[in-house]
Design a protein around this ligand. Sequence first.
Ligand code: ADP
Ligand code: MG
Length: 705
Amino acid sequence: MPRPAASPSARTPAPSPARKALEKLGLTRDIDLALHLPLRYEDETRITPIRSAREGETVQVEGTVTASEIQMRPRRQLVVTLEDGTGSCELRFFSFYPSHQKAMAVGERLRARGEVRGGFWGRQMLHPAFRKAEGALPAALTPVYPTVAQLPQAYLRRAVASALARVDLPETLPPGLEPPLARFDSENGLHRPWGLRESLLFLHNPAPDVALATLQDHSHPAWQRLKAEELLAQQLSQLVSKRERARLRAPRLSPAPGAQALHEQLLAALPFSLTAAQRRVGEEIARDLARAVPMHRLLQGDVGSGKTVVAALAAARCMDAGWQCALMAPTEILAEQHFAKLIGWLAPLLAARGRQVAWLAGGQKKKERAAMLERIASGGAALVVGTHAVIQEQVRFRNLALAVIDEQHRFGVAQRLALRQKLQHDGMEPHLLMMSATPIPRTLAMSYYADLDVSTIDELPPGRTPIVTKLIADSRKDQVVERIGAQVAAGRQVYWVCPLIEESEALDLSNATATHADLSEALPGVTVGLLHSRMPSAEKKAVMEEFKSGRMGVLVSTTVIEVGVDVPNASLMVIEHAERFGLSQLHQLRGRVGRGAAASACVLLYSTGDSGRLGETARDRLKAMAETTDGFEIARRDLEIRGPGEFLGARQSGDALLRFADLATDTALLEWARAAAPQMLDRHAALAAQHVQRWLGGKADYLKA
Ligand code: ADP
Ligand code: MG
């Protein structure tokens, strides 16, 4: 219940910085304010006699001011003495205004709340909150809301209280669809589902006898109810977008089988046979492509699991049916690296049919680009490969039917939306295949990615040797360099990845350059190459060629090789300052070795810096790397260490993230929401719409991308 003292008229014109801050926090509708829940609470419901206030406790005391003076030592401060008949307490303020002195003049009756300090001079509080002692004590705990500097807590409290008083909160959950109750350990007999209104009113102003721990860890039934509602809104919005998509039409790509079919020829031309997992996901994709509904599928598989071939086969089916296919990677070098083999396989087969491959990238010469655009528009190019440039405005496809996006998590939501919009024509939408080497943990797949169909390659091609990962302090760098020398002497090749220096590409570069010089000097007779993001692409290409050909023994690089480079003869990877990299980034990097038959190793060189020890999360990351090479296990630990934001990549708009539910602990609620969403949509469409609107407002669109 809003406290009486805290609900002045809502029509009071707001000082505009505060109102602006409200807007910035997304608190525009009454319901938004009602759903803005406290971080914690203050207990102003009780008065503690001064004599029984113990050191270290945060209490509220009430008494009369018996002295008030400004002391100059040790520094200027206002010292007010408060007495309540049981004892006295000094209130000290190092920053104060004349208004403070006036409010705390001798004779005033005050309530002060703060932490009690013992001290030689008796009890005191530093900068306590205080107010005139008048009116009844509040009956409920006082909420403390998440806020920003321009938005004073008191203002926000009033805004929330008046919104709560106004807002209409009809239940949207139909009877029979109640969320499950968490096992709630309570003495209060709270083993019953709570309604939405009841939950919200309670969480804003809980009764003082509540077990605070259940509010803190969100296990209280009121919290459970809100988390369930939030998860349901997310599931509903994704289900709606999935169903909307199912109404769109897409070209059916079901080529007639036969020896002449491109995909059959491709299979025959491959120097290996597909793994069972590749065959399975290949069939899942083929089934989607054969339907007149656009595919929206995520192909996930660990680094090196062979996603590219699967994409190539899908592309072949598309081209077999006479349509165009586009392949995109987030950067030029990745596009080139990822698709080089694929083009090598497909280009001759296409050429035999009089069709071509077109290449599109940002840094292209005008003339070349114009020629490519022409090729794409005329349909001469069956396969279009490149970066985001592929979805730029001027690019006109003749008949695009399949778009493959590699490393999909690096594409922003806006880009993916643009892609889908751009690719729609005549009410038709192309099939979309997104590939990711960062496996999505199950709970994420069930929540943020619920609108996608997921295919998983859960098996590596045979003949890979496990990678041994070693953690080595950088004080032992010399030994590592020695080992590099031995590897190169044995005919193997080595990657050396330079530290990532946040926010400074220039530093990144100078670092890589220095390392390159050091290694060149330490390894006479070995060709040491350098690759970094600032190099012109022709130069990058040349360096990569040298390394691929085997003439270059060691490749020093910044993280440009992070994904996609494929040199089976490289068997050692050294990552400098490994403690600065994220877990999935380390995993991706490590996946660059162990691609051939030779035993491979990854050395994580770490530095403890001046402190002499690693931070906790850095230690967790390195430990995880040393303990497992399983991408799914790595992803699970990464989720634990960093939370979901990082996984969502560009999707991680704060708006789209769950505010209340925690995927690590709320699995039962998530399962419930997943099962409830289709039932609700089928049987209670109006309530479902109302529910999504309430929780997501204008943000629902964003979740659809
Ligand atoms: P990723 O899933 O990381 O994109 P790639 O598609 O780049 O993996 O494949 C990694 C390497 O494995 C490539 O050299 C590829 O040619 C090879 N490869 C893919 N499938 C198989 C297979 N079934 N048998 C043997 N090698 C394969
Ligand atoms: Mg790949």
